[in-house]
Design a protein around this ligand. Structure first.
Ligand code: UDP
Length: 239
């Protein structure tokens, strides 16, 4: 299995990669490094939509586990994703990449609302579009937001840049014998509950035939390698 030609991509970054080596929050130096990788991908001719998680700041599930109302905590998580989006917009613009943030929770002092046709126009004009606040509803994650935006923006692939270098048959942090897949089908991911993305995100990608590429964004230059079909990654698609 290999990837189709990619012209437009949805890049999903976990919030935790913005922490760099910190335990919490945003490391501006690391965000600047990430922005350089995004710029290189854009300079290679790609149209780029970005979705950034919020786990470096707040996750609704963690709040709920400590007694908070889940929906309230999830809205806080969504707000965290807007902060990350603004940090990435700042870093991208500092390296000369015009960028627009569109949030699923309207916040017109700091960003645009999500308007698909306007996002299309931004991409045509060579801007990177960062979609913030996930799907704008609690009980979802930014993985579902990424799958939704990838579908509506007709992206050729969803690249999930995270701290692990692909999808394993069991958790590599707990099982030293865990085996990484080079490729795996959507149905296997769902049936075996493999940790890639939420089931709703995987199903949305499957139904819209959007390949998911899981790779580590922590290693410098990895985004370019993955886009060139090299490097370590797992591709989730139909067989
Ligand atoms: N969230 C939500 N709805 C969405 C997207 C995000 O409620 O559509 C909340 C949820 O609480 C989630 C948090 O925002 O835990 C941060 O997003 P996520 O956990 O996906 O971040 P990541 O793990 O990618 O850093």
């Amino acid at each position: 299995m290999s990837l189709p030609t990619i012209k437009r991509v949805l890049l999903k970054l976990s919030g935790e990669v913005l922490m760099g080596n910190q335990q919490f929050g945003i490391d501006p130096e690391f965000v600047a490094e990430l922005a350089k990788e995004v710029k290189a991908a854009k300079d290679s001719g790609l149209e780029i939509c970005l979705v950034i998680g919020g786990g470096n700041i707040f996750r609704g599930m963690a709040g709920a586990a400590k007694g908070m109302d889940r929906a309230q905590a999830d809205y806080m998580g969504m707000l965290a994703t807007v902060m990350n989006a603004l940090a990435m917009q700042n870093a991208l613009e500092q390296c000369g990449v015009p960028t627009r943030v569109q949030s699923a929770i309207e916040m017109d002092k700091v960003c645009e609302p999500v308007i698909r046709r306007r996002a299309e126009r931004h991409l045509e004009k060579g801007r990177v579009v960062i979609f913030a606040a996930g799907v704008g509803a609690p009980y979802f994650t930014t993985d579902s937001g990424a799958a939704l935006r990838a579908a509506e923006m007709k992206c050729d692939a969803l690249l999930k840049g995270t701290s692990v270098d692909g999808v394993y048959d069991s958790d590599p942090k707990h099982n030293p014998d865990a085996v990484r897949f080079d490729t795996v089908t959507y149905d296997r991911v769902l049936a075996d509950n493999l940790k890639v993305m939420d089931a709703s995100a995987v199903a949305l990608c499957r139904d819209n035939k959007i390949p998911i590429v899981v790779f580590s964004i922590r290693e410098k230059g990895n985004l370019a390698r993955v886009l060139a079909g090299e490097g370590v990654q797992t591709i989730v698609q139909d067989s």
